[in-house]
Design a protein around this ligand. Structure first.
Ligand SMILES: *Cc1c(COP(=O)(O)O)cnc(C)c1O
Ligand SMILES: [Zn+2]
Length: 420
């Protein structure tokens, strides 16, 4: 396997491939580093990828495991866990028409086992945790990560501990508890939950906290979104992506995925423009972008986009840098715009997204309407979670009326107009 070591993103100090996540010298974040010299030419590498598994392990050469991926052929870990990734890239003609754009695509990551992109990061973190011999999976979650950890733990037979803010959407809480996880509901914000988990992880050193002590491995899972998009566009790069931001990890790793493939000659051309998407009720990165700052000032979240409600985003400064260098931006949209985004996406593509996807869709609409996007650009809207997880957000957005079971009542009801 090609992964070599961990390296500090700030000062470059190198570390072995262990459960480490902060640099001892400068407290910078650690990142996986690869040696791709043994791959052969791009054509050969493309063929190998195309012959691979129909899940994210087809990109194993770019993922931080030392042995083969879990599953058939892996004698140490024959249980593959849930098949993750390989989600559709859908051409969204009707959405594009509404916005005056000719080439809009939706990366539909609701089509994962627990209906969000978090299954990707958990697949990688849990596989690496097994390689390192951890006895339990754990996480600090804004909801979707908890779903993914609880389900993956059930599939591979490890105990799990999921820490969430106590005010999460009921759908997400039930869809996590059902897997038999130890659910810890904390009275506080996500940032409080995260701090608690950092303390708990120091006490329980045989637990893999997927987004804390496993973070360098976890984060690599998000690169597979970029790899899939490039492969689905027939080994080309899109012109622009709209990406929702919580901690900023997905955003930075999508950028890294494209960069890694450009460096190897797997894809050619200019790197895509990257637009980050946040809710104005929790927009530390968008605020910093608008103010021209290169760091984020923490905020206290207040938004219906709970999966994005991280007030102190770890990767904020990297997002700001990447967004600016790509010619993109980081935008914020209101809760009403988020609801309109959910409705717009549903009614033009048939894809029902949770609030985070409403944020991305609303940002796409805002940029398109302001003339920021050339009508011919190939734009990918990254939809990261399923609408069934956040029903409360759109309860008022549909018209409902019950009728008596007679044809007259039916006809009369339609005279009012069936569609709100
Ligand atoms: C976690 C999450 C994100 C963003 O995650 P990052 O922390 O920025 O990597 C986006 N959408 C959904 C639905 C999420 O659950
Ligand atoms: Zn360092």
């Amino acid at each position: 396997m090609a992964v070599e070591k961990l390296r500090c993103k700030e000062c470059g100090t190198e570390y072995p491939l262990e459960a480490l996540y902060v640099c001892e010298r400068c407290f910078g974040p650690l990142e996986a580093v690869y040696d791709h010299s043994g791959h052969g030419d791009p054509e050969e590498l493309r063929r190998r990828i195309q012959a691979g598994r129909a899940d994210l392990w087809r990109y194993a050469d770019f993922l931080p495991l030392e042995g083969p991926p879990p599953g058939p052929g892996n004698r140490t870990f024959p249980l593959a866990g849930l098949p993750v990734g390989y989600t559709p890239l859908v051409r969204a003609e009707r959405l594009g028409e509404q916005l005056g754009l000719r080439n809009v695509y939706v990366k539909n990551d609701t089509a994962n086992p627990t209906h969000s992109f978090k299954d990707r990061v958990v697949a990688i973190a849990s596989a690496r945790a097994r390689e390192l011999g951890f006895k339990a999976l754990a996480c600090a979650s804004t909801g979707n990560l908890g779903n993914a950890v609880a389900a993956q733990a059930a599939a591979i037979g490890l105990p799990s501990y999921v820490f969430i803010p106590a005010d999460l959407e009921e759908q997400k809480v039930i869809a996590t508890g059902i897997y038999g996880t130890n659910l810890v509901e904390v009275r506080g914000t996500y940032d409080d939950v995260n701090r608690l988990c950092t303390e708990v992880s120091a006490e329980h050193d045989d637990w893999a906290f997927v987004n804390i002590n496993m973070r360098p491995y976890y984060a690599e899972g998000s690169k597979t979104v970029a790899f899939e998009i490039a492969e689905q566009l027939d080994w080309t790069l899109p012109d622009r992506l709209i990406i929702p931001i919580a901690s900023g990890s997905l955003f930075t790793k999508i950028a890294r995925g494209f960069e890694e493939w450009r460096e190897l000659g797997l894809v050619e051309g200019a790197p895509p423009v990257l637009n980050g998407a946040q809710a104005s009720g929790c927009a530390p990165v968008a605020n910093a972008y608008a103010a021209g700052l290169d760091f984020c000032q923490p905020v206290k979240p207040d938004t219906i986009a709970k999966s994005l409600a991280i007030g102190n985003p770890a990767d904020g400064p990297y997002v700001l840098d990447l967004a600016r260098r790509s010619g993109g931006s980081v935008e914020a949209v209101s809760d009403d715009e988020i609801r309109e985004g959910i409705v717009l996406l549903a009614q033009t593509t048939g894809i029902f997204t949770e609030t985070a996807g409403g944020v991305s869709t609303a940002v796409l609409a805002k940029l398109a309407r302001s003339g920021e996007i050339d009508p011919d650009e190939r734009v990918v809207l990254v939809i990261t979670g399923d609408g069934l997880k956040t029903l409360d957000a759109v309860r008022e957005s549909i018209a409902r009326r019950a009728i008596e079971p007679t044809v007259d009542a039916f006809e009369a009801s339609f005279a009012f107009g069936a569609v709100a």
